[in-house]
Design a protein. Structure first.
Length: 135
């Protein structure tokens, strides 16, 4: 493991069908920051504070090479900025399942992807803190 904690391990990936269905089942908050939309849901505390899913619809980007590039860019941007949301999830003692869904019709630059992912992580953390204060 890298000493600075900038890793993306398998346990941080959202891959169970039951969890994915619950995430997209409705009633969950979502935010948009071009070129991504984020849908998130909190669950009971798990061993991992945040689990992610990156989805690039085929009807948005037709070529597999473009879809793979966008996925790679999104995962890298999340990996470097995940501390924004991880600290909030740890302080609340919950697990956050979050999906990043591409809403762009073309491949974005890394700068745009990073700005979008950071904004979505910050807005999710703010929503979690706001929800904590009301309960």
């Amino acid at each position: 493991m890298k000493p600075n904690g900038h890793t993306l391990q398998k346990s941080e990936r959202l891959n169970k069908k039951k969890e994915i269905d619950a995430l997209f089942g409705g009633g969950n908050l979502s935010f948009a920051a071009y070129p991504f939309r984020a849908v998130f849901r909190t669950t009971e505390s798990d061993e991992t504070p945040v689990k992610i899913l990156v989805s690039i619809p085929k009807h948005r980007l037709r070529h597999a090479i473009d879809r793979n590039r966008m996925k790679r860019l999104a995962r890298e941007a999340y990996r470097l900025n995940k501390g924004i949301l991880t600290e909030t999830a740890l302080s609340l003692g919950c697990t956050v399942n979050i999906a990043f869904i591409c809403i762009s019709d073309k491949v974005a630059s890394y700068r745009e992807v990073q700005k979008s992912v950071c904004k979505l992580l910050q807005r999710t953390a703010e929503a979690l803190n706001k929800n904590k204060k009301t309960t």
